[in-house]
Design a protein around this ligand. Sequence first.
Ligand SMILES: Nc1ncnc2c1ncn2[C@@H]1O[C@H](COP(=O)(O)OP(=O)(O)OP(=O)(O)O)[C@@H](O)[C@H]1O
Ligand SMILES: [Mg+2]
Length: 226
Amino acid sequence: MILEMHDICKDYPMGKSVTHVLKNVDLTVNEGDYLAIMGPSGSGKSTLMNLIGCLDVPTSGTYILGGRNMTKCTDNQLADVRNKEIGFVFQSFHLLPKLNALDNAALPLLYGGVGKTERRERALEALKIVGLEDRIDHRPDQLSGGQCQRVAIARAIVGQPKLLLADEPTGALDSESGRMVLALFEQLHKNGATIIMITHDRDVASHAHSIKYIRDGILTGGETYA
Ligand SMILES: Nc1ncnc2c1ncn2[C@@H]1O[C@H](COP(=O)(O)OP(=O)(O)OP(=O)(O)O)[C@@H](O)[C@H]1O
Ligand SMILES: [Mg+2]
């Protein structure tokens, strides 16, 4: 088992009242799973992804990732887990505009203290996996949207994280680029990656091997495919 959430709640204080965004969420993900979490806008998908990715902490409940209790970690420990154990892919890529594809892909290694030569080698390897070895010197504004997302995927896998998290990874892409991103996830999954993909799009979700649904902050089990 790679992660386990038990009875997770996330509340946001809003003036005198409180918004209950996640309600008693239980979630188990095993190594090698490819899970989609589906739900309408405002249902709590990104809030849940932020908790899974240790970008935020729950109001209550327990979160175990890789055998460690994340709800007991300091901010520095959480930052280290984010850097080493989780790869992130966002709808809007979140690339640094002044860096070329190679340096963007290498960023987690830079933050992780890896030396320059090894950074470049490993970033190039990751860019080869996403089919962009001929674009390493291009900055984001010199790349198409689909190419930017592939650089973001290279950045997400460069540190060989335990878990790949994607929040609406095809949301900003045309259908052809979206298909390419989903094909890449399928390939990474075949090679052993554990993937959690968040989407409101049923066609996108159907590429995963199991689907769970979130509605009004309540997560329910869904179907599992072969
Ligand atoms: N910092 C915050 N303070 C108060 N409420 C918040 C905060 N962040 C999110 N919410 C509320 O939590 C709910 C869930 O938000 P979230 O961003 O997780 O939705 P989502 O499912 O990702 O939606 P979308 O598909 O539009 O991205 C929303 O109703 C939102 O208004
Ligand atoms: Mg969202």
